[in-house]
Design a binder for this molecule. Structure first.
Ligand SMILES: [Zn+2]
Length: 434
């Protein structure tokens, strides 16, 4: 048990709905009391720290900002080594790099070496939970879940399902996808802090027979997260229209197989029609905005305000989408969300961005009863951010006039160097150990 001191910031609700003032609670001299069991016992102004916590050991982070650990709502475990691979567009990049690299995860030993490195990188960036794709190989998912369990992390992942338009070594079948997924759900879902996600890669790489199998998994497991990709790139959309001529549009393919629902997470969703937004919205599905990836692959500019607050509002989260994304840093991801919104004539504030990366993503993934805020009773997954990481950031910080000003400069200028410390379930995380 101990007390962390520093600036504290936690969200109560979406700033776009309740307004910036009411959305968050910030203490310029705050404290968070963490129990021996790794739970938040109390948070608030340091001057009001209740007497029962006054004898607990203190870690004083000074001007640093203590926030709930970041939650990444979309990335790929087997792509972390092939970040920054030059590609013309999504489908070219998948065929030339991604599908080659993912084949290596058929080997349990390779996956077991990769998992700690991947998780170290998450923690170095203040990310304490994520929704990640794995590969089609059960051994790769076993390696990832085992490592996350060893670190005490809340991680959501699933075996990727693909049975067409990918190399033979990376395809399963409708039956094996169903059977292997079912076995992995029994083995991992609900164990420690781990959750299983039903994970068809996207409509391009599944036959109708496999989508039937995915539909059966979704029906049999109504509470599970579903993750896939949707409407990222124009060529991809045409390809899907050719493959499923009966569909009204791309979203309709997933809709036909019962995949639109609460905790269904659709990465990208850049080029959606009003009809598609309406169906996604009324079904409770969410779109995960992946701005560094969209910029890197030239996929298009996601319209945040149009999507979340337009005629047909849809819930949205945020993700780094490694390896199409260019950085594990949630700050860099927020920065690109801001620049994309500028190009798209939309508006994303620093409050919106920090909300999305904490409580916003926690809510979409059904994790908000355990993480995403600094409220008492929450598991103490925390990130400590230094707004004065570099000399120029320190100079800029000295000019900050408001909380928003400070957060905005931090997300524009900050990266992994700005993460002073990451805490998982009340313990300081250290590379390659629990
Ligand atoms: Zn992706």
């Amino acid at each position: 048990m101990h007390v962390l001191r520093g600036q504290t910031l936690t969200f109560r609700d979406d700033p776009a709905i309740v307004g910036e003032e009411a959305s968050n609670r910030h203490e310029s001299e705050g404290a968070v009391a963490v129990t021996a069991a790794g739970l938040i016992a109390w948070s608030g102004p340091a001057s009001e720290l209740p007497s029962e916590y006054k004898d607990w050991p203190v870690t004083d982070y000074g001007q640093c900002l203590i926030v709930p650990g970041f939650i990444d709502a979309h990335l790929h475990f087997p792509q972390y080594r092939m970040i920054a691979a030059y590609g013309r567009d999504l489908l070219d990049w998948l065929n030339r790099y991604t599908f080659i690299e993912e084949q290596r995860y058929a080997e349990a030993e390779f996956a077991a070496r990769a998992a700690p490195l991947f998780i170290d990188e998450l923690l170095r960036n203040g990310i304490t939970s994520c929704l990640a794709f794995s590969t089609i190989h059960p051994v790769a998912l076993d390696a990832l879940f085992s490592e996350a369990e060893r670190r005490g992390m809340a991680l959501i992942s699933g075996k990727t399902m693909m049975d067409v338009n990918a190399p033979d070594a990376l395809t399963d079948t409708p039956q094996s996808a169903y059977e292997e997924s079912s076995a992995l759900i029994s083995k991992w879902h609900g164990r420690s802090r781990l959750h299983y996600a039903i994970s068809p890669r996207f409509a391009v790489t599944s036959t109708e027979a496999q989508l039937e199998a995915v539909a059966a998994l979704a029906r049999e497991n109504p509470d599970l997260v579903i993750q896939t990709h949707l409407s990222e790139n124009r060529n991809e959309i045409e390809f899907v229209a050719d493959r499923f001529p009966w569909s009204k549009d791309y979203t309709d393919v997933y809709d036909r197989y019962g995949l639109l629902r609460e905790k269904a997470m659709f990465a990208h969703g850049i080029h959606l029609s009003g009809r598609e937004l309406a169906r996604l919205g009324e079904s409770g599905s969410a779109i995960v905005h992946c701005p560094t990836s969209n910029n890197f692959l030239g996929s298009g500019h996601f319209r945040y305000a149009h999507t979340t607050r337009g005629e047909h509002p849809v819930k949205a989260g945020i993700g780094c989408d490694i390896g199409g994304g260019t950085s594990f840093s949630m700050l860099q991801t927020m920065r690109d969300a801001y620049t994309v919104s500028q190009h798209a004539g939309q508006r994303i504030t620093a409050f919106d961005a920090f909300y999305l990366a904490t409580l916003g993503n926690a809510r979409l993934l059904g994790l908000d009863a355990q993480v995403g805020t600094l409220e008492p009773g929450m598991i103490a997954d925390l990130a400590v951010l230094d707004p004065m990481t570099t000399p120029i950031m320190a100079e800029r910080h000295a000019l900050s006039q408001s909380l928003h000003d400070m957060l905005f400069a931090l997300l524009i200028m900050g990266d992994d160097r700005a993460i002073r410390q990451t805490w998982v379930a009340g313990k300081e995380s250290k590379p390659q150990d629990g």
